[in-house]
Design a protein around this ligand. Sequence first.
Ligand code: ZN
Ligand code: ZN
Length: 253
Amino acid sequence: MDCHVHSLFSSDSRTTIDQLKAQARPITLTDHYDIHARQGSDFRFNPTAYFEQLLPVRDDNFLIGVEIGLRQEGDREIRSMLEDYPFDFVLGSVHAPFDAPTKHDFYMDQTFLGMDQLAAQTYYFEEVLRSVEFWPEMDALSHLDYVIRSAQAPGRELLIEPCTDLIEAIFIAMVDRQIVLEVNTRRFSQASFLSDWHGLLKLYRQAGGRQVVLGSDAHSAAGIYRHFDQVGQIIRQYGLERVYFDRRVMKKW
Ligand SMILES: [Zn+2]
Ligand SMILES: [Zn+2]
């Protein structure tokens, strides 16, 4: 099950539901729901329209999730949406600082400009920890390596060792809240991907993590399941189990 796929309900994808259904492999749709995301775009779908279109085509191989931008702002709106609509899966992502008051996104803006890599990572992981503590209702945490994906990132490979305490604190907070780690394969084509994820999964396992979800973060039908074979080997090496969520219940995959 590819647990991280976008459609035209996300502002940065034009992929239709028909195209996603036509590729036939099991996926969970996770369109963006970000309060105050990037400048110039509304990264929020209308949940009523979302479910009107998706529920008639939902089946065991086509589940309905959401990628929530985890921030303090808009929490009531998001929490009532999660209660009111029958999501299969809630994926949480730290795209912006936890309490940023205005439009903001690490991917595009200048947050990391002038920081060295350790400072940027420390800043990012501290925001992740605050977000995990504030959002216990998410099922999985997405792309922990997002700090490297930012346009302004000062490095291209995670520094795991100097951030061990902070990463461990994130994983312990996740395990306490039964939040599963996502292995996001979007960066797999970069050389550092393997060593980054070896480092992260080792710490996740040590902190008591036992399950992972896999997500391609595809914004087109062609990107679905990209690099899953290689990631499967690493996951087995650390004794982790692949899971997905169906009506918010964890299932083995
Ligand atoms: Zn994301
Ligand atoms: Zn995404």
